[in-house]
Design a protein around this ligand. Structure first.
Ligand SMILES: C=C(O[C@@H]1C=C(C(=O)O)C=C[C@H]1O)C(=O)O
Ligand SMILES: NC(=O)CC[C@H](N)C(=O)O
Length: 861
């Protein structure tokens, strides 16, 4: 495996005048990395146009006059399908006067070959995320290239007449069927598929193409040289034809829709606000300021040392559990450092929700004055959130008022001073990429964005033992002192009795026992409906059909387990007690307890989606590759499995996808892969994890992109979609036939000081509507599509015989899944990445393993 971060060579860009390249994007999830590679290695300015841009389609030859060359990118689908290639086809029939150098990558390459007589065939086995040596005869763009290893992402291949796949002898000449296409490179390492054409050029026109992906993190450095060799040839052709770009570039550029241009115009990202948004922002800011009682942001804080402090113990000691807390709990896990308590004050804390389905933004403090704003799209929410954060940034306020802020003024080590805490659903993510959600999302009462503005918080740094008590409210020293005193009391009690849990006196212990017993009683009556095996396996096969057809490279298929919990004495399940049980049975670095605006989240995610600090350092930590722990599965055995080509391919695709997402905002030159496919151990599973990092430009935060810009450009999380993201999400929606909701979304915080941290919502139990103790709700209608069965067939479930786990022989129909008159529904989503190398059985088992990490908590003791 080549090294992780790699510097890019620059082809002496200063030597010649700056060239302009048009990049044609076929909605691939690697495009921004290709654009970055072109900019850096060729020193060119790149403008992006999408294949389905209708104005560009009608004015394509005029647009081309403003460019020196075109690069046609990869993408989902088939080059013979006009919808998959859009305006690409126009390139191959340009008249002599309009000709210009073109370089096709993957789909672009296949389209070039198809247009000149090749047939496009399906590979016997698709090659997604596979790295192989490229064989060539060192001519043309391969001159001086010695040892090129390159990543492939394709299901289809171009076949040039007789020298079809499987030919023993590699061909370097044109043939009768494709007299204008000269082969330049082959992959001869694949026994299943035989030799596959990897590169070619047109004999008379300045067209070249490669089947592999030069931009992949696992393509060797020579991929860059290859592009530079192409550029040399392109320059020679331009000089030979004395071709110059049109003087009036602006007219040509006006034909390109701005949506695609923003892919590269990151420097221009600003928080421009429409009038309507501006007023929504102002009144939201006013509402928050009213609730906090201050128009001048302040941050009051105190730090205490309290080693080994559990946020649970602290929350309970403060009387903060249940409805009035959001807990982001790293559970002192080796991979986590901070735990945070966000205090929600009923009737005071401002809650902000957005629903993608009807595009409504709502906010209010729950005291009957909720405001509803109709937005045009989710795009309008981000500037509102950013503005709310900026208005409360205490650092900014000091600067406005001419203070010199010093490091001591603020607790910089605490990543959250106050701000927005909550989640963004998967469907909200779909809206950001223009994918329609599944229609049944209309029935959901769950907001797609669900934040609370948190002015009071406690942050525990498990690494240093320091605990920060912070308030954005003016004159809040009494609260800070109260929390400080509670902390001191806890520490003193612990010194007296080493076991902290028993140290908090009889009242708490008996309460805990009572709550636990009550919860267990209720759980013993709950009913569980897990995905039906054959049905899930069929869905895996359907995913693989799409992969084989070239419509996706990887699909993260998921399904949902439903748990119906009856109410007893008209009381709902105690979610806090459930969370305490879950953090014990499945400790993970992204524990979360949240009960906010109709949603309850009880989760133990192992996966960070995106974190950024106040210095602008961004980090993604995608997980892809899962092995279940067992007595037989030693660390060594897990390493071996996770080092297999299947697991590595799965991970690589997501690494490349996330590099693209991040590059689109901060530029490819600022992104690096700092950890590639390392094995991490969790309570029930081993996971393959990579780390992608980048630095926001250090420009004024008002002008340049912020962490929130990176967040919104990267939704939904790539590890939960597959690649390419947009097409994969459409396929998954059609196969899964349900909205995912909070599962597969992201959960975390946006800090007023400029930081943020979000996990991927997995291994998490979710309740549809808030069911505070003392209230009940009717059961939701249970899905009767036959997609799931009301029993568990998990082999290792110890309570297989309990009423909640009827034996598979009682293979009951949905009628047996009785809805109690008064029950609440919990959901646990789970799934895994399906690749062409997956087996349907293996994928089912993987989904089962993942669902069990959270489902065991519903087993009564
Ligand atoms: C889909 C889930 O997990 C995702 C899929 C993984 C995989 O395919 O290996 C690993 C972590 C998550 O990104 C889940 O836990 O439900
Ligand atoms: N990466 C790509 O461009 C893929 C092209 C085509 N959809 C295939 O699968 O072969």
């Amino acid at each position: 495996m080549p090294g992780a971060a790699r510097p890019l060579g620059i082809a002496n860009p200063a030597a010649k005048k700056r060239r302009h390249i048009l990049y044609v994007d076929a909605y691939d999830s690697f495009s921004n990395s290709i654009v970055g590679l072109l900019e850096q290695s060729l020193g060119a300015t790149v403008t992006t146009v999408r294949i389905d841009d209708t104005t560009a389609y009608e004015n394509f030859t005029t647009i081309l006059k403003a460019f020196d060359a075109v690069v046609v990118g990869p993408g989902p689908g088939h080059p013979a399908n006009p919808n998959d290639v859009g305006l690409i086809n126009q390139l191959w029939s340009l008249g002599s006067d309009d000709l210009l150098p073109v370089f096709g990558i993957c789909l672009g390459f296949q389209s070039l070959c198809l247009a000149h007589g090749a047939s496009i065939q399906r590979l016997r086995q698709a090659r997604h995320g596979i790295i192989s040596t490229i064989s060539h005869n060192r001519t043309d763009i391969f001159r001086n290239i010695t040892n090129l290893r390159a990543t492939q992402y394709h299901s289809l291949c171009a076949v040039l007449g007789d020298h079809s796949s499987n030919s023993a002898q590699l061909q370097w000449q044109t043939n009768d069927q494709c007299p204008e296409i000269q082969p330049l490179a082959w992959d001869i390492e694949d026994e299943t598929n035989g030799s596959i054409l990897m590169a070619a050029r047109h004999t008379g026109k300045p067209f070249w193409g490669v089947q592999f992906h030069p931009e992949s993190i696992c393509t060797s450095e020579e991929g860059i040289e290859l592009l530079q060799r192409w550029w040399v040839q392109a320059e020679e052709w331009l000089a030979f034809r004395s071709r110059v770009v049109a003087h009036n570039r602006t007219t040509a550029l006006n034909y390109i829709s701005s949506a695609a241009i923003t892919v590269t115009a990151r420097d221009k990202i600003k928080h421009t606000m429409q009038d309507q948004n501006r007023s929504a922002t102002l009144s939201l800011a006013e509402t928050i300021q009213l609730s906090t009682g201050s128009h001048t942001p302040t941050l009051q804080w105190a730090a205490h040392f309290a080693s080994c402090l559990s946020p649970i113990v602290l929350a309970e000691a403060l009387g903060l559990d249940r409805d009035d807390i959001i807990l982001l709990d790293s559970q002192n896990h080796s991979m986590g450092r901070f735990s945070m308590l966000g205090v929600v004050v009923p009737g005071e804390t401002v809650k902000i929700t957005y629903r993608s389905w009807d595009r409504t933004l709502r906010y209010g403090n729950g005291s009957g004055n909720e405001q509803v704003v109709q937005l045009r799209s989710i795009d309008q929410t981000w500037p509102i959130f950013q503005e709310v954060l900026d208005l409360h940034d205490p650092k900014k306020q000091r600067q406005y008022r001419g203070f010199n802020s010093t490091d001591e003024d603020f607790p910089y080590e605490s990543p959250f001073w106050g701000g927005l805490m909550g989640y963004i659903s998967y469907e909200a993510g779909l809206e950001t990429i223009g994918v329609e959600p599944h229609e049944s999302v209309a029935e959901s009462s769950i907001p797609d964005i669900n934040f609370a503005f948190i002015p009071r918080s406690v942050v525990i740094d498990h690494a240093t033992g320091k605990t920060y008590i912070q308030s954005l409210l003016p004159n809040d020293s009494a609260w800070i002192a109260h929390v400080g005193q509670t902390l001191k009391n806890l520490t003193r009690e612990r010194e007296l009795v080493s076991e902290s849990r028993t140290a908090r006196g009889g009242i708490e212990v008996s309460r805990e026992l009572r709550e636990g017993l009550e919860m267990e009683k209720r759980l013993s009556l709950s009913q569980i409906r897990t995905p039906e095996e054959q049905n899930y396996r069929n869905k895996v096969l359907r995913c693989q059909d799409s992969l084989a057809a070239g419509d996706s490279y990887e699909l993260c298929l998921t399904d949902e387990t439903l748990i119906e919990v009856p109410s007893i004495d008209a009381r709902g399940l105690n979610a806090w007690a459930l969370y305490k049980k879950l953090r014990h049975t499945n400790p993970a670095p992204y524990g979360a307890y949240l009960q906010l605006s109709n949603a309850t989240v009880v989760g133990t995610s192992p996966e960070r989606f995106l974190k950024w600090d106040r210095e602008g350092n961004c980090q993604f930590r995608p997980i892809k590759g899962t092995v279940k722990k067992s007595a037989m599965m030693t660390r060594e055995a897990a390493h071996e499995i996770l080092n297999s080509s299947k697991e590595q391919a799965e991970n690589l695709m997501i690494v490349d996808l996330i590099r693209h997402d991040l590059s689109g905002v901060i530029g490819a030159e600022r992104c690096s892969v700092t950890k590639l496919m390392s094995v991490e151990e969790y309570e029930h599973v081993y996971q393959l994890v990579s780390v992608i990092e980048g630095q926001l430009p250090k420009s004024n935060r008002d002008e340049g992109p912020t962490g929130l810009d990176v967040l919104k450009a990267s939704l939904p999380p790539g590890s939960m979609t597959g690649a390419p993201k947009k097409r994969s999400c459409e396929i998954l929606r059609d196969i899964e036939q349900r909205p995912r909701g909070i599962y597969s979304g992201v959960l975390g915080y946006l800090d007023v000081g400029g930081a943020g941290d979000f996990s991927v919502v997995i291994r998490t139990a979710l309740r549809d509507a808030s069911t505070p103790e003392g209230s009940t709700r009717m059961a939701r209608d249970v899905d009767t599509s036959g997609d799931s069965t009301p029993h568990s067939n998990f082999e290792y479930t110890p309570s297989n015989t309990s009423p909640r786990y009827p034996s598979p022989s009682a293979s009951v129909r949905e009628v047996d899944f009785v809805s109690h008159e008064s029950t609440e529904t919990w959901r646990i989503g789970a799934g895994g990445a399906v690749t062409i190398q997956s087996t349907d059985e293996g994928e089912f088992l993987e989904m089962e393993t993942k669902v069990m990490t959270a489902l065991t908590v519903f087993q009564s003791k």
